[in-house]
Write a protein that binds this ligand. Sequence first.
Ligand code: ZN
Length: 514
Amino acid sequence: MQRTEKDLLGELRGRLAEISDLAGTAAILSWDQSTYMPAGGAPARGRQLALMSRLAHERRTDPELGRLIDVLKSYAEKLPADHDDAALIRVAARDFAKAIRVPTAFVERFSAHQSTAYDAWTRARPANDFASMRPLLERTLELSRQYAEFFAPYQHIMDPLIDDMDEGMTCASVRALLVELRAALSGLVRAITEKPAIDDRCLHGNFAEAPQIDFGLGIATAFGYDLARGRLDRTHHPFCTRFSGGDIRITTRVYPDDLTQALFSTLHEAGHGMYEQGVAAALDGTPLGSGTSAGVHESQSRLWENVVGRSLGLWGHFYPRLQAAFPDKFKNVPLETFHAAINKVEPSLIRTEADEVTYNLHIILRFDLELAMLEGRLAVKDLPEAWRARYQSDLGLSSPDDRDGCMQDVHWFGGSIGGAFHSYTIGNVLSAQFYAAALRAHPEIPAEIAEGRFSTLKGWLDQNLYRHGRKFEADELVRRATGEPMTIRPYMDYLTRKYGELYRLAPAALATRA
Ligand code: ZN
């Protein structure tokens, strides 16, 4: 009996839903590991996560799945390209073709190593102990190279690692973007650092932890982060994770002496969370049911955290509430002082605490270092020294130790080397490009933000980005939403306008982009 296309599509959806559920289950285990798991759970958790990734990989590479996709390709070709079913079959085919390149045993081995390295890093970083991490990191580099080899031939060994994060991009295209941006930023950074420093003392002191969390979450829910399908917990390294379309969680960290940590990490993760919550329900449980690329994802965290969350308009509305939440802190601090403080530009050692203008310099040097490691030009043992040299040359800073040097970010220690950081900069660039496009469609957005209303902006993002999930690749999504490919122009316009005003920069000082 001939099975109909409808039957086959039903079977495909069933198989993909199980893969999605395995990924969701692995996400639950990771979330628990980073939030509530006692230290004693680490060895078993590493095994459990490795088992989950093996099971998921076995299903992703099941030859039956491949045959099913092959049969359905002719059906997909009869549909319009932007039909949900056509996109589903296209993306499932792409995922399958990639997955079968990597042996299951390797996936399990790499996952187990990543858990071990992450666990060791959580102890080695506070102890400033790079020596103990060195063999683990050398193994990570070796495994990252082996992973890339499965995708040979490639133009550059970093290409497969970049493609996993930002499908369609390559080492060459990322490098071109970073080189262009670095040149464009240099004049702005120089002009600002020649100005007197902004006084940000109002952000430091002793802030009770519960009101910090409540206040950040209050803005996140005003943005549109839905607590009926999400929650906020505390962790070392804030993140957002998807268990299913109905359960998308975010985490934050609280520093009693720094108001900005919990506040802006909550807004950042809420941006990721709203993107995931906004994916059309019909795509849930399929490979389309998540954000399209790491870079586009980061554009949403950056848009809400920075473009909206650090704007004068937003704080015109929320500042009186902040003053009420911390009455003895901000009673005598004018709004403009607070707004300047949260936008202070200052070269600093820690990426996650960097301001909008210098942030990308942190990314560019990490990209260069992981490129050098992958290409074999830099040995792991020489990483701390190379790191210090780049912070000196690029940001004019000497890093006192490895804890706040090359060990500060989890990425290399709990993941792979290569493709780990560039998405943040793509996100910064796209955040301004998307926001500018939303403003062209709805010029009333800034006035609404000044009244604490975000539904027009959120609605535009839902309509043009979120609901599509992975239906369109990043490049196509950007073109559809903004009318052009990714460009640094709106981002540089945004930075020069905002920081030109804040630092009263003469237009001539900014004329570096000609
Ligand atoms: Zn992020």
